[in-house]
Write a protein that binds this ligand. Structure first.
Ligand SMILES: [Ca+2]
Length: 468
């Protein structure tokens, strides 16, 4: 064990012990006290729901630009809050993106540079990491995970061991929504769990099971602050949208495979509507912070019919560090407490949600190195400066790993992949430099024209990866 790992464990234990003491009486408050004071019901902290969708493309709600989609619930959610036009996923692939969300740390720092195994018994994100659930549980929250996990499939890395009081869903990367079998390697790998125990709901549509489980969790904890991580496994393949939505899009002339994908998006949108209706029914909407984000760009894999999602003007898709792989729809809503119907162009990042939620809830963030920063000032004021300097990505480890750094309008990608197939990547594109202000599609490699910028960003990356 390295000294830094040992330090993390020591910090984590100290944090959990302090927080457990504080949770018994007054909640842990820090400099975030001012945000807590703005909340109109003293004594009760706001609930938190994080809706994390899976492989939803950069512009894939109607409001975010895809005018061919019917997404009234996601759009209404964003309209009742603040939505971002430059929001980034921590990674262009599932597990690292979720590790960034859960820890507020770059996925590489959180020990999750690549996807976690989908095989039962295999560990995932290191248990030394402090999750958003552990942070909120320590402050007295009831914590629930519903949907996809994909951060470990061993008893000590499954949700109940990572801060969640309640867990319902699948542990691996994807399932068939009716049989709940792993939709990749197999055969016969059933993956549906409740609090770590395998459960069988054969033939029942998983998104509906999610809404039911989430509804019960919310109802059960309506009188105390709760945190619900609602990790939808849609529109990740297999595309299993409802038949009436499929008919609707085909009637509109939407072509394959967009028709399959669009039907699945509208199917997921209705479940988000059902979830939010539950909050309204219980009178909890103004007591609840709702965050929405896609885990990364859309998939162009064979199992996803080679596409269906829409990255709009951006190049790339899932697995790519061009904008189409990492730039995603995101919004935060807390009616009565945060601005509504506003748009922010400041840069935001999936690692920012943990510190943002900590500040808005008046909860102490974990005593460890965070890479995310609170977006609360930006959410509250359009004039607040972006809290970010350079931001970084790396997927996997080693020399061949794809990485990227963005500093202002300049963005450098090392070992780029273009999963959207918009243009060929040649040997001379191993370092791909773009200026996003002039070329949002990242079609022209400026590395040869600006070697000094390449050198500066490359050094930023090397210093960053060395600090992991
Ligand atoms: Ca995903």
């Amino acid at each position: 064990m390295s000294s830094s790992q040992r330090r993390t464990i020591v910090n984590r234990r100290a944090f959990l012990a302090d927080a457990a003491r504080a949770a018994g009486g007054a909640a842990l408050l820090t400099g975030a006290l001012a945000a807590g004071r703005a909340y109109s019901a003293p004594g009760r902290k706001p609930n938190v729901i994080v809706i994390y969708t899976d492989d939803q493309g950069s512009i894939d709600t109607n409001l975010f630009g895809a005018n061919d989609l019917v997404t009234p619930n996601l759009d209404a959610l964003a309209r009742r809050g603040v939505r971002f036009t430059q929001f980034y996923a921590p990674s262009p692939v599932c597990s690292p993106s979720r590790a960034g969300l859960m820890t507020g740390r770059y996925p590489v720092r959180a020990g999750t540079a690549g996807n976690c195994p989908s095989e039962e018994g295999q560990p995932g994100m290191p248990t030394t990491e402090i999750t958003m659930a552990e942070m909120l549980k320590a402050a007295g929250y009831a914590t629930g995970q519903v949907g996809k996990w994909h951060l470990g499939y061993s008893p000590d890395t499954m949700p109940n061991a990572q801060g969640f009081d309640y867990s319902f869903g699948h542990m691996g990367g994807c399932i068939d929504n009716y049989s709940h079998f792993f939709y990749w390697r197999g055969p016969n790998r059933h993956d549906l769990h409740e609090n770590g125990e395998e459960v069988f709901r054969d033939g029942e549509f998983f998104p509906d099971l999610m809404v039911d489980a989430a509804g019960r969790f919310i109802e059960q904890h309506r009188n105390e602050p709760f945190f619900l991580y609602f990790a939808m496994n849609q529109p990740h393949y297999p595309y299993q949208g409802e038949a009436d939505w499929l008919a609707y899009y085909r009637e509109k002339g939407v072509a394959y495979p967009r028709d399959l994908y669009a039907a699945f998006i509208s199917t997921l949108d209705e479940r988000i509507g059902a979830l939010l209706a539950k909050l309204d029914e219980l009178g909890l909407r103004e007591d609840t912070i709702v965050v929405f984000q896609s885990d990364h760009g859309h998939s162009t894999e064979e199992r996803a019919h080679f596409g269906g999602g829409n990255a709009g003007p951006y190049r790339g898709a899932k697995f790519s560090m061009f904008e189409g792989g990492i730039r995603i729809p995101a919004a935060i809503s807390w009616p009565g407490h945060l601005p509504e119907g506003e748009v922010r162009g400041q840069l935001g990042h999936g690692c920012d949600w943990l510190p943002t939620i900590a500040e808005l809830c008046g909860v102490a963030p974990p005593d460890t190195h965070l890479d995310g920063v609170s977006l609360a000032p930006v959410v509250k004021s359009a004039d607040a400066p972006s809290p970010h300097g350079a931001v970084h990505w790396q997927m996997g480890l080693g020399e061949k790993a794809q990485w990227a750094v963005r500093d202002g309008d300049w963005k450098l990608i090392g070992n780029p992949r273009d999963t959207s197939g918009k243009a060929e990547i040649t040997e001379s594109d191993k370092l791909f430099l773009s200026n996003l202000a002039e070329d949002i599609g990242e079609m022209t490699n400026l590395a040869g024209d600006h070697p000094e910028v390449v050198e500066r960003l490359r050094r930023l990356h090397e210093e960053w990866i060395a600090s992991m």
